[in-house]
Design a protein around this ligand. Structure first.
Ligand code: PMP
Ligand code: GLN
Length: 380
C-alpha cells in the first residue's frame, strides 16, 4: 500500500547519535548541550511538582507562563503580544511548527521553504496535503535570494517558512532581509512561519531580527521559539507560538487535538525563571560566543575549515582538505573511524548542491568535550 510519507526514514539526528554511541565517538552531531540547566530552573520544577502542579495545564498554556512570554517579548522586541489571544504553549517548537502548518495549509497549497532547512518542515507540509516548494539559499553564504523566493510564489502559495538564526548554517536575517520580506509579502495573502528557536544565541553584537519587531510582518506570522535551546533542556520539549488572534484561534484548534497541553510543572518553572532571571537569556549570546570563539580557534589547528557562525550553536566546517567523500559518507567515516560524530547537510536539502563538502558540528558542549573532539580531529 502507498505510505503517507514515502520519503521519510529515520532522522539523521537519531542515526548519527546511535552511531556515536556504537563507536564511542564524541557526539557533536545532534544539537543538544552537555552541561547543566540553570539550578534555579530545576528547583522551580521540583517545587512545582511538590506543590501539586501535576495535572493538565490550560490548553493554551499556564497563564503565568504566557504572561512571562508576553513580558519577555516586550523587553526583547518592543512589542507585547496579548497572552490570552496571541500566545500558545506547545510541546517544543516541533509541535508549534506542526500545528501552524496544519492550521493553515490546505490540500494543494504551496509552502515555500528555504534549503537547507530543518528536517521537520517538509513532512508536516506533506501530511497536511501541501506541496513544499524548495528555494536554495546561497551555497557559500546561506543568504536568501529574495528574487528567487519571489519567483517561487504562485497563486497557490499559502505560507513561507523562514528560520533565523538558521540551522544548520547560523546565518541571520539583517535589516535588508526584513525589507525584502516585507515588500514581498505586502498585498499578498501569503502567511509567514518564522522559526526563531535560536533567538537568544546571537553573536558579535548583532541584533536578532525577530519577526515580532515588525508590525507589517507579525500581523501575518506564526513566530515559534523553544525553551529547550534557551535553557539547555532540549529534552523537556516546551516551546511556544506567537501569532495574531485570528491565526492563534486556528492554531489552537490543531493544538488542542494534537497534544491539548504541555507538561505543567515545566511551564511553571519557565514562568518563574523568565521573570526572576532575565539575565539568563540576555547573556546567552555571550555565553555561547566564548564557546564558539574557542572552538573556532582550535579548529584552525585541524584540516577542517570553519565557516562564519553569526548565530546558533552549530559550526559548519569545510572538509575538502581531508576527504572527497560526499557529506553523508564523510560524517559516517568521521564517527566510525575518527571518533567524532557530525551531521551532514544533505538531509536538509531537497537537492543538495553538487560537490558540497560541509559538515555540522555542535559546540553547545563543555570545554572538555570540545577539547577531546579537537584532539581527535587533529589526527585527520
Ligand atoms: N527548529 C529548529 C531550527 C531546530 O534546530 C529545532 C531543534 N533542533 C527545532 C525547530 C525543534 O525544537 P524543539 O526541540 O523545541 O521541538
Ligand atoms: N534540532 C536538533 C538539531 O538540529 C535535533 C533535534 C532532533 O533530534 N530531532 O540537531
Amino acid at each position: 500500500p502507498e505510505t503517507k510519507l514515502p520519503k521519510v526514514g529515520t532522522t539523521i539526528f537519531t542515526v548519527m547519535s546511535q552511531l556515536a554511541v556504537e563507536h564511542q565517538a564524541v557526539n557533536l552531531g545532534q544539537g543538544f548541550p552537555d552541561f547543566a540547566v540553570p539550578p534555579r530552573l530545576v528547583e522551580a520544577l521540583d517545587k512545582a511538582m511538590r506543590d501539586g502542579l501535576n495535572q493538565y495545564a490550560p490548553a493554551h498554556g499556564l497563564p503565568a507562563l504566557r504572561m512571562a512570554i508576553a513580558d519577555k517579548t516586550a523587553r526583547c522586541y518592543g512589542h507585547r503580544p496579548d497572552p490570552d489571544a496571541e500566545i500558545t504553549v506547545t510541546s517544543g517548537a516541533s509541535e508549534a511548527i506542526f500545528d501552524a502548518i496544519h492550521a493553515v495549509v490546505r490540500p494543494g497549497d504551496e509552502v515555500v521553504v528555504l534549503d537547507p532547512c530543518y528536517d521537520c518542515y517538509e513532512p508536516a507540509i506533506d501530511l497536511a496535503g501541501g506541496v513544499a516548494v524548495h528555494v536554495p539559499l546561497d551555497p557559500a553564504t546561506f543568504a536568501i535570494d529574495w528574487d528567487a523566493v519571489a519567483a517561487a510564489f504562485t497563486p497557490r502559495t499559502r505560507l513561507l517558512m523562514v528560520n533565523t538564526p538558521h540551522n544548520p548554517s547560523g546565518a541571520m536575517f539583517d535589516a535588508t532581509d526584513i525589507e525584502r520580506l516585507t515588500a514581498l509579502l505586502e498585498g499578498t495573502g501569503v502567511l509567514l512561519l518564522s522559526d526563531e528557536v535560536y533567538e537568544h544565541i546571537v553573536f558579535d553584537g548583532a541584533r536578532h531580527e525577530s519577526i515580532l519587531r515588525h508590525a507589517a510582518l507579525r500581523e501575518r506570522a506564526f513566530v515559534v521559539s523553544s525553551f529547550g535551546k534557551t535553557y539547555h533542556c532540549t529534552g523537556w520539549k516546551v516551546g511556544y507560538c506567537v501569532a495574531p488572534p485570528a491565526l492563534t484561534a486556528e492554531f489552537r484548534k490543531v493544538h488542542q487535538y494534537n497534544t491539548f497541553c504541555t507538561f505543567t510543572p515545566a511551564q511553571a518553572a519557565f514562568a518563574e525563571m523568565i521573570q526572576a532571571e532575565p539575565g539568563h537569556y540576555e547573556t546567552l549570546g555571550a555565553f555561547y560566543e566564548v564557546k564558539r570563539d574557542r572552538f573556532r580557534e582550535q579548529l584552525l589547528t585541524t584540516k577542517l575549515k570553519p565557516l562564519p557562525v553569526p548565530g546558533g550553536y552549530f559550526q559548519l566546517v569545510d572538509y575538502s582538505a581531508v576527504s572527497d567523500l560526499d557529506d553523508a559518507a564523510f560524517c559516517r567515516w568521521l564517527t566510525e573511524e575518527k571518533g567524532v560524530a557530525a551531521i551532514p547537510l544533505s538531509p536538509f536539502y531537497a537537492v543538495p548542491p553538487p560537490g558540497q563538502r560541509l559538515a555540522r558540528l555542535c559546540f553547545a558542549k563543555n570545554a572538555a568535550t570540545l577539547d577531546e573532539a579537537i584532539t581527535r580531529l587533529q589526527r585527520l
